[in-house]
Structure formats: C-alpha cells, structure tokens
Design a protein around this ligand. Structure first.
Ligand code: UDP
Ligand code: MN
Length: 261
C-alpha cells in the first residue's frame, strides 16, 4: 500500500490566509494518500480554517497552538511550536495504536509494526509540484531535493556525488550543517517515531538553523537520500506572497454584508 504522506502546515491569520490555503488544497487534493496536518498559530481554532478544511476535499487534521508573544519578532524563526505540535500529534496517534496492538495481540513483537509514512513540512505560501510527492513517497529515512527561489538565489540544492550528498550549493550561510530549506526534505514516519524527542528548537536556534538543528537530531549528511534526479530538478519553490494593500479599507464596515475573504 501507498505510504501516507503527512504534510504539516503551520498557518496564521492574515488577509491572504484563505487564498494560500486554497492554493495548497488544490495541490494536495490531487495527491493520493495525503494527510494534511494544519496547525494554526492561534489560541483557538478559527472558524475560517475550520470551515475551509471541512470543504477542502483533503483528509485533514486541524490543530492549533499560539506562538508565545516573545517569539513573534522579526529575525526569529517562525512556526516552531506549530511544527512541533504536528510531530507530537503524529507520535500520539501511533502511540495509541501501538498500545492498542499490544493489548489486543498479546505475544506479538514489541517493536514497531509496519508503519509506512512520510512526514513533510509544507509552509502555506510555497508552491509544490505534484511530482514532488512522487519523489518523497519513497523516502526510507530522510530524503532531500533542491528548492527554488530561496537563499537569495534561483535555487539551493544538495550537491550529490556517486549518489551521496557531499555538500550544499547555497548562497546563504554555507556553514549550516544542513544548508537546506524546510521545503527541501522529508522524513519517514519510522524515523519520527523512533526518535521521539526530535523537535524543532527555540532555544539557541538562530534564523535559518531550524532545519539543521532538527535534522542533526535524526540523521547524518552521508545518510541523506537524494531525490529529484540526484538533486538536479526543482520541484518546489519557496514563493512568498506580497503583503496586500488594504489602504482603502474603510475604518468602519460600509458594505451591507459581512463577507469572509
Ligand atoms: N507562520 C505562522 N505564524 C507566524 C508566521 C508564520 O504560523 O507568525 C507560518 C506561515 O503560515 C508559514 C510558515 O509559518 O506556513 C513560515 O512562515 P513564512 O512563510 O512567513 O516564512 P518564510 O517564507 O519567510 O520562510
Ligand atoms: Mn514562506
């Protein structure tokens, strides 16, 4: 059977949120066996996201956790708590299943059952080709691929020699142990479950080091599995949406209806 792809998407309320989620859903709806874990950066789940997911046509789990105010500052990494909430939810799901199996099937082997799945961190503003999901689906432990429009260059990519990652083509902080964007890797569910403490870090994590700090906990550079034709194709783009101009928005409601945008 097809390994499930768990896409963990942090998202927060802003004028373009529903537009971003719509683009994402239109992509994910076309991917078989995808489970979307949407984690709102909010103290409560919002009605907008709730309604949206109910009609999105994508298998989804809706979580929420607010970013502490002290971390909502320019220059600090974003969505750390939300990605961790997604990981914790996944681990809890399978923990429950494991316990259940052990009580219902006494004598069965105590180690992990055959769990095939892939975990991917999908920010809500990036652009994902459908091919990307075919590539990541075969992840054994941790797979990597190029990301377009990132790091002040047209693309960044893992440099591959004889099928192994030997370095990074990047224009920004080349000293990073894993010089790769969040959109440039996937992790098998087995690895997520067998490294139960691996999480994204706030403390001591500098901008751009989230990925390295996380990957260091679960893998080594020479173990990485290059995808996208030995990392020679761009299948995902780190697009960013322009801030909308709301300069002409009335201070007080003027329309005769209230409308969700
Ligand atoms: N995000 C969030 N809370 C915030 C800022 C961002 O949950 O306060 C989410 C956002 O929706 C996106 C991810 O975190 O899915 C990365 O944020 P962004 O795209 O702004 O980062 P960048 O493109 O600069 O890496
Ligand atoms: Mn982004």
């Amino acid at each position: 059977t097809l390994p499930i792809i768990y896409a963990i998407t942090p998202t927060y309320s802003r004028p373009v949120q529903k537009a971003e989620l719509t683009r994402l859903a239109n992509t994910f709806r076309q991917v078989a066996g995808l489970h979307w874990i949407v984690v709102e950066d909010s103290p409560q789940p919002t009605e907008l996201v709730n309604r949206f997911l109910a009609r999105a046509g994508v298998r989804a789990t809706h979580l929420h956790v607010p970013t502490p105010r002290r971390y909502k500052r320019a220059g600090l990494p974003r969505a750390t708590e939300q990605r961790n909430a997604g990981l914790t939810w996944l681990r809890q799901q399978y923990q429950t299943q494991l316990l259940h199996r052990q009580t219902t099937a006494p004598g069965s082997s105590p180690h992990l059952p055959n769990i095939s799945g892939v975990v991917f961190f999908a920010d809500d503003d990036n652009t994902y080709s459908l091919e990307l999901f075919q590539e990541m689906r075969t992840t054994q432990k941790v797979s990597v691929w190029p990301v377009g429009l990132v790091g002040g260059r047209r693309y960044e990519r893992p440099v591959v020699e004889n099928g192994k990652v030997v370095g990074w083509y990047t224009g920004w902080r080349a000293d990073r142990p894993f010089a790769i964007d969040m959109a440039g890797f996937a992790v098998s569910l087995q690895v997520i479950l067998s490294s139960p403490k691996a999480l994204f870090k706030r403390r001591g994590s500098q901008p751009g080091m989230q990925e390295s700090d996380f990957l260091k906990q679960i893998t080594k550079v020479d173990e990485l599995e290059p995808k996208a034709s030995n990392c020679t194709k761009v299948l995902v783009w780190h697009t960013r949406t322009e801030k909308v101009n709301l300069a002409n928005e009335p201070k007080h409601p003027q329309d005769t209806i209230k409308i969700e945008v």
